[in-house]
Design a protein around this ligand. Structure first.
Ligand SMILES: Nc1ncnc2c1ncn2[C@@H]1O[C@H](COP(=O)(O)OP(=O)(O)OP(=O)(O)O)[C@@H](O)[C@H]1O
Ligand SMILES: [Mg+2]
Length: 474
């Protein structure tokens, strides 16, 4: 299938060069060779390869120099070019530098043929994605939207540019930021804008899995690997095969699991728990955390060597309060989403509502905004715009920046209250918030209208002093 995909190979050691050329031609690629960086550069312009496989240490111009020239893009040909860098064993820092200069992937010498084959296949697919990316980029310039991410502010535009730049490659990315800032959405966008998009995106939350199960969850296990392992099971790496794996809350991963993960990232080989043989891994790994990763390293929660592996690129999501210019567009987009989700026809966000939203400091970031909009959309009549009346009672009142944001719309219970009392308070407060609209209240509470009616009947009887049991009985 690779038939007419052209691969240029640059390597100063003649035997290695011949070997690579033979190997790569054998997979059906058209190959051309160069013995130093200058020759490679000249051939890249004249021959217009799709992929360049280059050694780092070469006479006249080294691999990084070649990469720099190629990514400057004045060759025209290089715009859609993927560069795969060959590095000496243990020179991860050089590989990281190469990735930052725009390399597509790297491979340690001696070259593992299976790995190289996978990388070339992915790189060849990448060309198609680049064209789609250009469409996404144009749309981004016009609307300030990248996939499901909304944002035209300076910090968000910088993040969008970085996402576009690194999405098609295979590099690990560490995504950091407060809770609710959109880290998972960024991970999905990286996947959707990559050649892996037709393959699975798997997210695993390391904080949500008990320590005893996490290794089997991530790496899989064979039948009988440990007590309770009744069946053989594939782990997240296998489930994400060919696609992208997001390791969420990476700082919560146990130290032993981190060590194993590092090995998988380094060797791109994986052994299920209890398995005898290893298998090749073709997964792009993304990691997210809402801790400061350097502090997590300092405190011993995150292995330093794993951190350096994952942190080839770092996307730092700003808290919403630091890019409030994006809030109006985000609120509009979320209103459209919620209209669709709930089958509503709310007519956007009114000026009065927007004033209130802009005055708030959003400790829960985009997620809190989304929840606020969702609640308002459910309460708002079709055809009308969202306005301040659709906000929770007391919304933003506790804006002394230190009080927890939820207080404004929370129900306060005394310790020792019964479940019945709690339920009753919640129902009555929700009715208040909806202006006694029972249909809306039932929607928010997640119960049927009938259940709500029945509860209200009971409360009414309580108020009238009737016994709680059905009075008709006696
Ligand atoms: N820039 C944005 N535009 C539109 N929606 C956004 C944006 N950022 C986040 N959201 C929405 O906010 C919600 C929270 O985002 P997400 O789950 O990605 O946050 P997170 O950083 O992973 O949070 P946590 O740390 O709690 O896991 C999602 O519903 C997401 O769609
Ligand atoms: Mg998340």
């Amino acid at each position: 299938m690779p038939n007419d995909v052209k691969v240029l190979i640059a390597e100063d050691e003649p035997n290695a060069l011949a070997g690579l050329a033979e190997l790569i031609s054998g997979w059906g690629y058209r190959t051309e060779t160069a013995r130093d960086g200058v020759e490679a550069w000249e051939k890249a312009i004249a021959w217009e390869p799709a992929i360049v496989v280059t050694d780092l240490k070469m006479p006249r111009m080294d691999g990084l120099g070649l990469l720099t020239k190629l990514s400057e893009g004045d060759a025209g040909a290089s715009a859609h070019l993927a560069v795969v860098v060959l590095t000496a064993m243990g020179s991860i820092q050089r590989a990281v530098d190469a990735m930052k200069l725009g390399a597509y992937d790297f491979l340690e010498k001696p070259v593992d043929a299976t790995r190289l084959k996978t990388i070339l296949a992915n790189a060849a697919r990448q060309r198609e994605t680049v064209i789609e990316l250009e469409v996404a980029r144009r749309r981004l310039r016009e609307t300030g939207v990248l996939g499901a991410l909304v944002g035209g502010s300076k910090p968000m535009r910088e993040i969008f540019a970085l996402i576009e730049q690194i999405a098609p490659s295979n590099v690990p990315v560490l995504i950091t930021g407060e809770s609710g800032t959109g880290k998972e959405l960024v991970a999905r966008t990286l996947h959707d804008l990559s050649p892996r998009k037709t393959r699975p995106f798997v997210a695993v939350n390391c904080a949500a899995i008990p320590e005893t199960l996490i290794e089997s969850e991530i790496f899989g296990h064979e039948k009988g690997a440990f007590t309770g392992a009744l069946e053989r099971r594939a782990g997240c790496f296998e489930l994400a095969s060919g696609g992208t794996l997001l390791l969420d809350e990476i700082g919560e991963m146990p130290a032993g699991t981190q060590a194993k993960l590092l090995r998988v990232l380094e060797e791109r080989k994986l052994r299920r728990l209890g398995a005898r043989s290893e298998m090749d891994v073709d997964v792009r790994v993304l990691a997210a955390t809402n801790r400061d990763p350097r502090q997590a390293v300092a405190q011993g929660h995150l292995r330093a060597d794993l951190f350096y592996r994952l942190n080839v690129f770092n996307i730092v999501m700003p808290p919403l309060r630091e890019h409030m210019d994006d809030l109006p567009a985000m609120a509009e987009a979320m209103t459209r989403d919620m209209n669709q989700k709930h089958g509503r026809k709310v007519a956007g966000v009114s000026a009065s509502m927007l004033d209130r939203l802009m005055a708030y400091h959003w400790p829960g970031n985009a997620r809190e905004l989304r929840n606020t909009i969702e609640r308002a959309v459910v309460l708002c009549p079709d055809g009308a715009p969202l306005d301040a009346g659709h906000l929770p009672p007391g919304f933003g009142a506790a804006s002394d920046q230190s009080a927890p944001a939820l207080d404004a719309s929370a129900v306060t219970l005394r310790v020792g209250a019964t479940v019945d009392e709690a339920e009753r308070l919640l129902i009555l407060r929700t009715l208040e918030a909806t202006g006694q609209n029972k249909t809306r209240a039932a929607e928010i509470l997640g119960v049927s209208l009938k259940t709500l009616h029945n509860k209200l009947k009971v409360y009414e009887r309580d108020r009238e002093g009737a016994p709680v049991e059905d009075g008709r009985k006696g």
